[in-house]
Structures are given as structure tokens and as C-alpha cells.
Design a protein around this ligand. Structure first.
Ligand code: SF4
Ligand code: SF4
Length: 74
């Protein structure tokens, strides 16, 4: 099982809740602002994500989607 974290930059209002709730420091705030002038998060260390889902659940602007990707059995 692997994870994909999709950040919808233009929905983000730069509150940093996602960065603060992540216990494994997967996310950080980007230097480049979005079109509204807010700095969205970016995925800094995907390999450290434990798929807890907190960032997605607590983002007030629904700007993060965490999805599990099932790997094909070969
Ligand atoms: S799902 Fe959990 S571990 Fe992964 S980035 Fe979000 S808060 Fe961090
Ligand atoms: S919690 Fe949502 S709105 Fe706040 S910084 Fe993270 S992605 Fe942006």
C-alpha cells in the first residue's frame, strides 16, 4: 500500500493546520504563494506519511486529499 497526497493549491488559505497536525512532518509550507496570495503546503517527505488522514480531515478548505494506492500483486 502506498499513499498519494494531492494538494489543491488554489483552495488553500495558508492556515498551516495541516503542517501542524502532521505528527511525522510530511508537509511544509511552500515559498511560492497561490493566486490568492496564500502559501499552500507541499509534500516534503511522502515516505514518512502513515496515512492517518488528519491533514485531510482538519483542512478547513478541503484542499488536501490523501488516498491509498493498492499495489498490484505480481
Ligand atoms: S495523512 Fe497523516 S501522516 Fe500523512 S501527511 Fe497527512 S497528517 Fe501527515
Ligand atoms: S490546512 Fe488546508 S487551508 Fe490550511 S494550510 Fe493546509 S491545505 Fe492550506
Amino acid at each position: 500500500m502506498t499513499v498519494d497526497i494531492h494538494i489543491i493549491n488554489e483552495r488553500c488559505k495558508g492556515c498551516k493546520i495541516c503542517v501542524e497536525v502532521c505528527q511525522t512532518n510530511v508537509l511544509d509550507i511552500a515559498k511560492e504563494p497561490n493566486l490568492s496570495g496564500y502559501n499552500p503546503p507541499y509534500v516534503k517527505a511522502l515516505e514518512d506519511c502513515n496515512i492517518c488522514g488528519l491533514c485531510e480531515m482538519l483542512c478547513p478548505d478541503f484542499a488536501i486529499q490523501v488516498s491509498h494506492i493498492k499495489e498490484e500483486n505480481k
